[in-house]
Structures are given as C-alpha cells and as structure tokens.
Design a protein around this ligand. Structure first.
Ligand code: SAM
Length: 274
C-alpha cells in the first residue's frame, strides 16, 4: 500500500466521521481510501486508469472513471451528498515506473503514449507528429512554462520530417538538439506538458472541482493535493467562487515530495452556507 506524502494532513483536515461518505477521486494505490475506511468512513474510489483499480480494498465502491464526471458517477452510485472529497493529482510512482506508457524521460525505449486511460484516443505520439510548430510551442509553454518551448517545438518539426517520433529516446534527442545539452529539468517539464495535454488534466480538474461542489454537503471539505504550480493556481482561483472558502490562506506544503516534482501542496476548500 502506498503512503501519500500529505496523508496525515489530508486525513486530519477532512475530520472523518463514522459512516460519513467520502470520495477518493484519485484512488491510485488506495492510500487515502484505506485511511478513511480505518476511521469508519465509507468510500467511493475513482481512478481514470483501469490498471490502478484492479486490487480494491474491502468495503469500498471502486469505479473506473474520470473525476471530471464526479457528480454523475456519485449520483449513478447513489453515493451523495458526501462529507468530503480528496483529489491527489498527477501520477502514482507505479504508473511512472511500470505502466510502459512513456511517462518518464528515463524510460528511453517506451512508446510515447502517456495516456492514463487506454480509452483516451489522443496520444503523445500523435501530438508530436501532427501538431504544427506553433501548436506544439503552445502546448509546452501553456502547460509547463518552459522557456525553451519554441526551440524544442522547432526541432521536433525538423526531426520528424526525417523520421516520426515513436519512443521516448526520440523526444529526448529533439530536446538535446534544441537546448544543446542534457537537462533533466527541461525533460521533466516537456514530458509533463505533453501528459497534461494528452489527458486534458487542467480541464478535468476544473470540471472535477465544480462537480465536487454539487455533491458535497454544506460544510463539507474538498482536499486537493497538487504537484504543479499551474494546477495550484486553478484550485486557488476556483476557491474564490461564491459559496466556497479556503480553510488556510497558504497551502500546506511538503517539500520532500516526490523526487520528480518540487513539492506537494495541499489546499482545503470548504462549502460554506450559500
Ligand atoms: C498521485 S496518484 C494517487 C495516489 C493515491 N492517493 C494513492 O494513495 O496511491 C494519482 C492518481 O489519479 C489518477 N487520475 C489522474 N487523473 C484522473 C482523473 N481525471 N480522473 C480519475 N483519476 C485520475 C491517476 O491515474 C493516478 O492513479
């Protein structure tokens, strides 16, 4: 069982009540779900990736689905109104190291797939080989704010005329040619930007937060753990909607977060009386 970095802080903030209803919107390996069940809460676990929900915990409703559809999924399963929702964004270590879908810049022979759900039609390979230079630049700049986005987009368009990009090594090769030397931070940002695009992560987050407010009780809490400053910005902006408030002005931060990211940030949104 995986222990998420901000587990204690999230569980404390959610103030789990016995027989209360909670949605773990990013089930993964079930770290939050297990902690909620141990405290007597009831859990609906949700994950976009079918491979993440093969081993369910006892007494849990487990659904393969997109948290962008959280309202619909909760209603279909007659699991609402809920006391709390937790979103732990991004990928699990298992997905990065074992999925074989090209999420990590270190797995040179993996295909440039990057889909969290194999039901998604878009792949990183399609984007890299079909978007125009401007479109590629926009994907990189918008999703990662990488300063070399323009040069990298240009290099991809030049290199793909000779041979289509197919595996991770091909993209690394384009980045190296564009920036002149290997740089893990640039690789990380470009890979993350592509993954965000393939899986429409920012749109899903906005829809997921909105959906969560529709199925949560008054005074219910939404805990969101982000690993990306642009995601944190979306959460912060969302919390300013009427009827919502942030429990802490500043996010709770874990600087020892996953090695491939700077830090994990926890924000807590509470549904106030409208
Ligand atoms: C950081 S991991 C969660 C780890 C989890 N808290 C644990 O204890 O193992 C993020 C999970 O969210 C899932 N995910 C990402 N986007 C999703 C979405 N739009 N809808 C549902 N699940 C999603 C990923 O497939 C991954 O399993």
């Amino acid at each position: 069982m995986h222990t998420p970095v901000l587990l204690d802080q999230v569980i404390k903030a959610l103030e789990i009540v016995k027989d209360g209803l909670y949605i773990d919107a990013t089930y993964g390996e079930g770290g939050y779900s297990q902690a909620i069940l141990e405290r007597g809460g009831k859990v609906l676990g949700l994950d976009l990736d079918q491979d993440q929900i093969t081993k369910g915990l006892d007494d849990i409703v487990l659904v393969q689905g997109n948290f962008g559809d959280i309202e619909k999924i909760a209603k279909e399963n007659n699991f609402f109104p809920v006391d709390g929702v937790v979103f732990d964004l991004g990928l699990s270590m298992k997905q990065i190291s074992q999925s074989g879908r090209g999420f990590s810049f270190k797995k040179l022979n993996e295909p440039l797939d990057m889909r969290m759900s194999l039901k998604t039609e878009m792949t990183a390979k399609y984007l890299l080989n079909h978007l125009s230079e401007t479109e590629l630049y926009e994907v990189f700049a918008r999703n990662s704010e990488e300063i070399n986005s323009q040069k990298i987009a240009r290099e991809i368009v030049i290199k793909r005329q000779i041979k289509k990009l197919d595996i991770v090594a091909n993209l690394i090769n384009c980045i190296d040619s564009a920036i002149g030397e290997p740089d893990n931070n640039v690789y990380k940002r470009i890979f993350q930007a592509l993954r965000i695009q393939v899986n429409e992560e920012f749109e899903n987050l906005k829809n997921g937060l909105l959906g969560a407010t529709k199925i949560i009780k008054e005074k219910g809490k939404i805990a969101v753990v982000t690993f990306h400053s642009l995601e944190d910005r979306i959460v912060k902006k969302f919390s300013k909607f009427p009827g919502l408030k942030l429990l802490n002005k500043k996010p709770i931060v874990n600087r020892r977060g996953r090695s491939f990211e700077k830090s994990a940030k926890l924000r807590l949104i509470v549904k106030d009386i409208l």
